[in-house]
Design a protein around this ligand. Structure first.
Ligand code: AMP
Length: 254
């Protein structure tokens, strides 16, 4: 059975014990509602480490939209089953008091990349992400931590933070897992109405089209999306769109 730990100090002690016994620790931070994308990270962590920890915590400090936070799915029982089947040994399930005993007095702020793209549309988002990830790293102290390329900007920022703070761990990036029609798997996809779900794969198709980003933006608008941004950054094209109340992000190699 997967071992469930809710208390931060208990998790820290347990993981310190495992490290001292010589076990390597792979860590997959998530917000739950686990799908094949998350499970690919768990599988990779299991292939590269002796012990795999999955955290499930819907982090309020990274939300600027209370509706999005309130509507985030929380199917805990299924999540635990899926995590265990994918090879996780420990599920860390903290609550707000465990993570934010300081009432968010201390936070990590990055002043460049975090202001762009997602950061320009979701105020304070990456402060919340980086702060919770640093706290989780402090509790779990993994040898390797696994992040999806689906959240490309998050991955870069976590990697840069780990380097800036000399964190003794490896940040491992994992490719985006997609539905057969190309839509990037996301916990939010379940909230798409049937007609929105039928339009949604067009997002990935357009981002992969190789056209100038201005043309991509027009194509997306014509298909029925509201476009937050479509931007090229080096070798990648990144986008965020909205279909009704659901916001989707994706990125592909340019
Ligand atoms: P979340 O639960 O949305 O915070 O995601 C937890 C981790 O899973 C993050 O590192 C995400 O980038 C990763 N992830 C989410 N969706 C996918 C996907 N479709 N493919 C690969 N990784 C993903």
């Amino acid at each position: 059975m997967i071992e469930i730990i809710r208390n931060a100090n208990a998790a820290r002690d347990r993981l310190r014990g495992l490290s001292r016994q010589g076990h390597s620790i792979g860590f997959v931070p998530t917000m739950g509602a686990l799908h094949e994308g998350h499970l690919s990270l768990v599988g990779r962590a299991g292939a590269e480490n002796e012990k795999v920890v999955v955290s499930i915590y819907v982090n309020p400090t990274q939300y600027d939209d209370p509706d999005d936070l309130a509507n985030y799915p929380r199917p805990l029982e299924q999540d635990l089953e899926k995590a265990e089947t994918a090879g996780a040994h420990i599920a860390f399930l903290p609550d707000y008091e465990e993570i934010y005993a300081d009432a968010y007095r201390f936070r990590v702020t990055e002043n460049q990349l975090s202001r762009e793209l997602e950061g320009a549309h979701r105020s304070g988002h990456f402060d919340g992400v980086l702060t919770v990830v640093l706290k989780l790293f402090g509790i779990v102290r993994p040898d390797r931590a696994y992040f999806g390329e689906k959240d490309w900007q998050q991955l870069q920022l976590v990697r840069d933070m780990a380097s800036a703070f000399f964190l003794d761990l490896e940040v491992v990036s994992c490719p985006t897992v997609r539905e057969s029609d190309g839509l990037a798997m996301s916990s939010r996809n379940a909230r798409l109405a049937p007609v929105e779900r039928s339009i949604a794969p067009e997002f990935h198709r357009v981002l992969s089209s190789g056209r100038p980003t201005s043309e991509m933006e027009s194509a997306l608008k014509n298909a029925g999306f509201k476009v937050d941004y479509v931007e090229r950054r080096g070798e990648r094209v990144l986008g965020a769109v909205r279909l009704g109340k659901v916001r989707l992000i994706d990125n592909v190699e340019a």
